[in-house]
Design a protein around this ligand. Sequence first.
Ligand code: AMP
Length: 381
Amino acid sequence: MKIILPGKTIGVLGGGQLGRMLAQAATRLGYRVHVYEPQAGSPAGAVAHQEVNAPYEDLAALTAFARECDVVTYEFENVPAAPLKAIEGLTVLRPHWSVLETTQNRSREKRWLRDNGFPHARFAEVAVDGDLAAGIRGVGLPCVVKTADFGYDGKGQLKVFAEADVTAALEKFAGQPVVIEQFVDFACEVSAVVARSESAAVRVFPIAENIHTNHILDFSIVPARVASAVLAQAEKLARLVAEKIGLVGVLGVEFFVTKAGDVLINELAPRTHNSGHYTLDACATSQFEQQVRAICGLPLGAVTLRSPVVMVNILGDAWKWSGGQVVGEPAWDALLAQPAARLHLYGKAEPRPGRKMGHFTVTAPSAELAYELAQKCKARL
Ligand code: AMP
């Protein structure tokens, strides 16, 4: 088993907030962190020892980067898998590129879930030159059409509820391969962050209940307010996914919980997950430290929940806007005055509507109380 001890260098592909919080956890444990990110001035680059700015397809730059790192991981799902295959022999790549390749494309991901016997919403695939209307009729209304590539936070998807929406879907997705999913009239959405080490140890963090607004995660509530059988099933599925996909690292699993109490897998992400940010303030080990431990071959940390907690995303919308311009900051003082709240900002210079700028957590004696207080804090921002 390959163990990478503190003092060695961790390479991170992608410079967003997930990479930033990974770099913070890694440097606390005494690692060096190098970040590879196409755009200069990234959130992760700002807290790393070194930032390389080059396209992912620049094999010379990527190869030089890989040679300087003792282990390389990715924080961004849309890093192309092909260049990763090229650096596989130069360094330790965790998780393996095949995990990224399977999960970054909705068609491959859905097929993998189906072929491995995991519960998921019924779906059909339509190729670039395929018959989308026939595909929609095959799945039946209501359904959701999603681009096969580069989808996240509800980007590149359209709900089709009535015949009239079919025309809109034909226009929107012309010339793109898509996946058509049955619309799930879910009772709620939950998620799990699972870590697996090379020695096959597996730990699943407490399940989060997720509330989305405009397809973007708004609140994560932990413990999730669902039946214990649902919690057990979500945990079991997350563990099985990690084992079957051969994970070495951390992976987020998003689920739909149906009104009948069935747990369906919606999506997999082979990295830390937005819904796992609560672990920074409420768990014995954070998901970022767990990622470091898993990719470096250290023992996995305890996932014990220290307190009920709610995480709230802070989007660019929280800034004061007038005529399309930012005219004021959120009221940080109100949030910082609340002893139960903890603020995390990602150092992004330019707020934009829908852009994740930071998050905060609120701990309280129960999930309900934490949720109430979190909503109040959000309203005061
Ligand atoms: P995704 O980008 O696939 O994670 O979708 C973003 C959000 O859209 C999900 O978290 C759900 O709230 C909603 N959504 C996606 N797919 C479906 C579906 N098949 N049925 C109902 N809602 C969905």
